[in-house]
Write a protein that binds this ligand. Sequence first.
Ligand code: P71
Length: 472
Amino acid sequence: MTHDTPKTMGQQFGRRSWAEPWKIKMVERLRMTTREERQRALSEAGFNTFLLRSDDVYIDLLTDSGTNAMSDEQWAGMMLGDEAYAGSRNFYHLEEALRKYYGYKYVVPTHQGRGAEHLISQVAIKAGQYVPGNMYFTTTRLHQELAGGIFVDVIVDHAHDPDSLHPFKGNIDVGKLEALIKRESAAQIAYVSLAGTVNMAGGQPVSMANVKELRALCDKHAIKLYLDATRMVENAFFIQEREEGYAKKPIADILKEFCGYTDGAWMSAKKDNLVNIGGWLAVNDWTLFEELRNLVVVYEGLHTYGGLAGRDMEAMAIGIAESVEDAHIRSRIGQVRYLGELLTDWGIPIVQPVGGHAIFLNAKAFYPQLKQIEFPAQTLAAELYLDSGIRSMERGIASAGRDAKTGDHYYPKLELTRLTIPRRVYTQAHMDVVAESVKAIFDMRGTTRGLKMIYEPKYLRFFQARFERLGA
Ligand code: P71
């Protein structure tokens, strides 16, 4: 199907500009801090950006999760919340939106993504089974492990190489998956865990050809294929841009086609779906749905609210429709790319190609003098905050945690600091500030010292770990 996608004025004239398809109605003031204030805040936070107060942050690029700006229509929808305990009208709106845009039959709302991950992991994994996936994500893998599953990374090798320009670095290596099935037998595979754009690889997409191939392989062995749809709309954009035959297809059609090759999906609606809180699970199989719908009442709430208020579900239903508009997603990714191009032009090492939701600074290349156990990515996040009050997130050895069996640190190939761009929140001028600050700390990289971890909690340690400057 061809269709005239809405274009910015610049694009209509064949120019590169990606301007936003909205204007600003309400603003939120930002607080500027002095270097002394930031020094104090950082040391109180144990050099962990998760432990900073947001009042001490100028530009907050910690995450794109729940940090999006809602539209006037979403806010209007909030006033239409039906806060009935059971059968809220807003649940049916959400269900309708999910059926229309993602195409799954049955829907279970959850309070956020990890609520959905918990339910699907508990229902679909038997202890000792393998869960192959395209690179780990922290909460996803933890829930799979808590359910007794063994996560196996079957992503293409390109994903582990920050400089590889492969257009679909999120793809599953079908050979690796087949080898696992052969070695362990199909019955030992709980399901294939496929994420649409791979967060930890740099927001890298999966191709339509890859999901088709996976569908065929899963059918052959009677294995289920479930999708982490958290940033699947962004993935659809890359298919439209890079995959033959999709240039003229609307994002909404690409999204639905892709989901159609999978048996179900879980979602952190705090990303693509343009809300501040929410998640969902959606499947096509009635029996599985019944189990999930039963379990949700134990952990989240009744199956027509799943831990959310009616108004949250309404905002989500509206956000879903807005998120699949071509002009929206083009400007969203256009902004991320703008920042990436500035940094690339200045010779700063970042994961290439620039992905959907963030710029990932390659901390290993930034600080070659630091060993991985001196936490280069955590160090970089601290330096950036000190320079300009910009908050970023470590995605390296601290995030990777420890091997549950041996207790050793995982040493991930990628040691990255993520500059994550919230949707519809910051301007191009803010991106310039960020680029200049990264350049400033890059220029003084030779004298930067690393960190030592002095407190390490048991689960998802990166959230609450504390660090000290080495040799201070
Ligand atoms: C992100 C987050 C939020 C987060 C989670 C853990 C550590 C630090 C920050 C959340 C995701 C995600 C994917 C692909 C599931 C979740 C969990 N991402 N899948 O990137 O990216 O969703 O946060 O709503 O529970 O900052 P949840």
